[in-house]
Design a protein around this ligand. Structure first.
Ligand code: HEC
Length: 100
């Protein structure tokens, strides 16, 4: 919808943004001590700089909360802006902490 590939559906946007905001709370506890083993794209810096990594996770959670608010407002331009901001928080962390 944000890219104009699907028609704007305010209810679907709000429902999906709510799910994303909920899921955003889940994964970061999974990067606990001792979870740096095995088949993973997670870089060792995650555990060496846990505070910075966690801060990146919180930024993403805040951005998805803002996207959720925008989606409930039903204004596509505001949703696009919030989606762009949320996407930056994903990319920032993947650039630093995820292997290619
Ligand atoms: C604080 C850091 C961080 C943030 C923020 C983050 N990710 Fe990730 N993400 C990772 C790491 C690290 C991995 C690799 C995990 C592994 O291989 O164990 C990953 C893996 C993934 C994967 C699994 C598939 C793959 O390509 O490895 C998906 C899908 C994904 N992220 C989507 C997202 C989306 C969408 C967002 C934003 C809404 C996001 N991530 C925000 C750190 C982050």
């Amino acid at each position: 919808m944000v890219n104009g590939k699907a028609p704007f559906d305010a209810k679907a946007a709000a429902d999906n943004a709510a799910i994303a905001a909920t899921l955003a709370a889940l994964p970061f506890t999974a990067f606990g001590a001792g979870t740096d083993k095995g088949d993973t794209r997670a870089k060792p810096e995650i555990w060496a700089e846990k505070d910075k990594f966690d801060a990146g996770g919180r930024k993403m959670q805040e951005a998805l909360a803002a996207l959720n608010t925008a989606a409930r407002g039903g204004n596509l331009d505001q949703i696009k802006a919030a989606f762009g901001e949320a996407g930056k928080t994903c990319k920032a962390c993947h650039d630093n902490y995820r292997k290619e």
